[in-house]
Design a protein around this ligand. Structure first.
Ligand code: FUC
Length: 338
């Protein structure tokens, strides 16, 4: 496919149970994830544009890989090895998701691999020294794998020739109802986490860690996403819904989402310490598939990552990747029907 003079590839993987994923080289993105419901009907559980060209702007970051850093870097600036770096800014004074020309807007190279019961697509890109303001030439690999046990795995690898920041995620919006039939507020969520990061009016972490106990942020027991989403609680009012980093406890199955009506369940296990959960609060009538205009709560992102803006706060993971050392994180999405 040619878009804006780029050769953009679409690659489809499907396993023996008919779970299928469609990937795109632009943004190394997930543009479709087909999963069966209780009756065996295959439907799509990720938000996607109807028109591929809309991924060129992609203000909501549908499906894409985000980098070099995920989330906001306060004032677009940070200090590393005694030197102050100024990043390109794209949300007021802040840097969001790696800047205006971040990894979500690159057309990645790819190779397809098949080994026994697994099929993978390896996307690679190179980010040059000082690109978007980050030091070091960074070589990145994102590997998507679909297994025969309905696991969809994302592995993030990178290496830099100088100390730099690296905090990679995928920005897919999930909706387990299938083809976005019902809002995510009617679906259940569980997050193993006792605390979340407070954010300021521009959604930049303040450095304070707040307890979830007795607040609408507590998802330790499964509850409907919509149960407390509009509660009169300052962090929710500021973000207009959920848009916060949770510090994860436990090493696996840290997040579970379930749609009672379809029976679809998704369990997320990650090596990252944090997940930013975002409920599409800033929807703006995006032209989605199935002839739908995107509206608030049509999808939910689980952006597994290091704490956003960690470099600017004591006691958090800084996301510094040292020269020559390997970046290696993974997130697994397991699909089931209950
Ligand atoms: C999420 C949110 C942001 C933003 C972006 C498109 O990661 O944290 O607030 O709207 O997505």
């Amino acid at each position: 496919m040619r878009i804006n003079d780029m050769d953009v590839a679409l690659i489809a993987l499907r396993n023996k149970n008919n779970v299928g994923v469609k990937l795109m080289s632009y943004g190394a993105s997930i543009v479709e994830l087909l999963a069966p419901d209780r009756g065996g009907n295959l439907e799509n559980i990720v938000l996607a544009y109807e028109h591929i060209e809309d991924y060129i702007k992609n203000v909501p970051y549908f499906g894409v890989v985000v980098g070099r850093t995920s989330g906001r870097i306060g004032a677009g600036s940070f200090k590393l090895d005694g030197k102050q770096y100024e990043l390109n800014r794209n949300t007021g004074i802040n840097n969001l998701h790696g800047g205006p020309a971040g990894f979500s807007f690159k057309n990645w190279d790819y190779t397809i691999k098949e080994v026994e019961d697994k099929a993978s697509v390896e996307f690679t890109c190179v980010s040059e020294d000082m690109e978007e303001g980050y030091p070091g030439k960074l070589e990145v690999k994102v590997i998507y794998t679909l297994t025969e046990d309905n696991e969809f795995i994302i592995e993030y690898q990178a290496v830099s020739d100088k100390n730099t920041l690296c905090n990679l995620t995928n920005h897919s919006y999930f909706n387990l109802s299938g083809n976005y039939k019902r809002k995510i507020t009617e679906q259940h969520l569980k997050i193993k986490s006792d605390s979340f990061l407070e954010t300021d009016n521009n959604l930049v972490p303040t450095g304070r860690i707040l307890a979830v106990k007795d607040t609408p942020m507590d998802f330790n027991s499964e509850k409907l996403i919509g149960r407390d989403i509009e509660a009169d609680y300052l962090p929710l009012r500021i973000a207009k819904g959920y848009d916060h980093p949770w510090l994860l406890s436990g090493k696996e199955a840290q997040v579970e989402m379930y749609d009672e009506q379809s029976g679809r369940k998704m369990t997320i296990s990650t090596t990252y310490p944090c997940v930013v959960v975002y409920t599409y609060n800033f929807a703006n009538n995006e032209r989605l598939k199935y002839n739908k205009a995107g509206s608030k709560y049509d999808g939910i992102c689980f952006e597994t990552q290091y704490e956003p803006d960690g470099i600017n706060h004591e006691g958090m993971n800084s996301a510094v990747l040292s020269a020559g050392s390997g970046y290696n994180e993974r997130t697994v999405f397991k699909l089931e029907v209950l």
